[in-house]
Design a protein around this ligand. Structure first.
Ligand code: SAM
Length: 239
């Protein structure tokens, strides 16, 4: 479901992701990079899209490999920086040897995979013991509800259920004439924690960054995102 959706929306995503200062990446990635350990021998980005995170990690000294299921996005990533090896594959079936990476990075991609648990287990397989898994996801609280209005003091309302089985996450966002259709899965936090536990990971650090400053492209009520976190980020170690 989600793989096909991302391939269909690849061009839109690349335009959205690449416009400087536009996507939330420019506000939130700083917190994520603070969680990332220093470069080891090999770092893998799973769900790399058009490659911005892999390029930023390479600039920080990481020897990067990137994988994604979208043919279009893998091609764009390669065309932008051919020095990083990019492979098209499913996150739940990585074409790498056991224990061949020091770090696996999932930046806003885990909730988009159709088999989140298998993808975490695959990262567990390709990481050496003592290796790290760093992830950013859309916050499970944010995925479970929405603000009643766009004003800064709007109540945040969960109409259905936070707990329970995964639900489809489907949101169309319009900003400054750009349109993006996000589609993936919403899980309670415990479902992620259990997937990490089952794959032999221990959580080392967790962050819920608040919006620091609203970019000009955001609406005036962006203040509301100082009260409810948009993203959840963590570093886990493979035991
Ligand atoms: C929101 S984008 C994030 C891309 C990149 N990490 C970034 O922040 O720029 C999610 C990515 O997950 C990829 N994806 C979705 N399902 C996948 C799967 N089953 N295996 C590998 N990649 C997948 C999509 O093609 C898309 O590039």
């Amino acid at each position: 479901m989600s793989r096909e959706h991302w391939e269909k929306n690849a061009a839109n995503w690349a335009e959205w992701a690449r416009k400087p200062g536009f996507d939330s990446y420019w506000q939130y990635s700083k917190t994520f990079f603070e969680l990332v350990p220093p470069p080891g021998q090999r770092t893998l980005e799973v769900g790399c899209g058009e490659g911005r995170v892999s390029r930023d990690l390479a600039a920080r000294g990481h020897h990067m490999f990137g994988v994604d299921s979208s043919r279009t996005l893998i091609q764009l990533a390669h065309d932008t920086d051919a020095s990083i090896p990019y492979v098209r594959c499913d996150a739940a079936d990585l074409p790498f040897r056991d224990e061949s990476f020091d770090l696996a990075v999932f930046y806003n991609s885990l909730m988009d995979f159709d088999d989140m648990q298998a993808s975490i287990a695959e990262a567990g397989r390709v990481l050496r013991p003592g290796g790290f898994l760093c992830a950013s996801i859309t916050h499970p609280l944010q995925d479970a509800g929405k603000f009643a209005s766009r004003s800064g003091d709007a109540p945040f309302v969960i109409e259905g259920s936070y707990l329970g089985d995964r639900r489809v996450y489907d949101a169309e966002v319009e900003r400054d004439g750009h349109h993006m259709h996000f589609k993936g899965w919403a899980y309670p936090l415990e479902t992620y924690a259990r997937a990490l536990e089952m794959a032999g990971f221990m959580l080392q650090a967790l962050r819920e960054p608040a919006l620091e400053s609203a970019p000009p492209s955001m609406d005036p009520g962006a203040e509301r995102w100082r009260r409810i976190p948009v993203f959840l980020m963590w570093r886990a170690i493979k035991t």
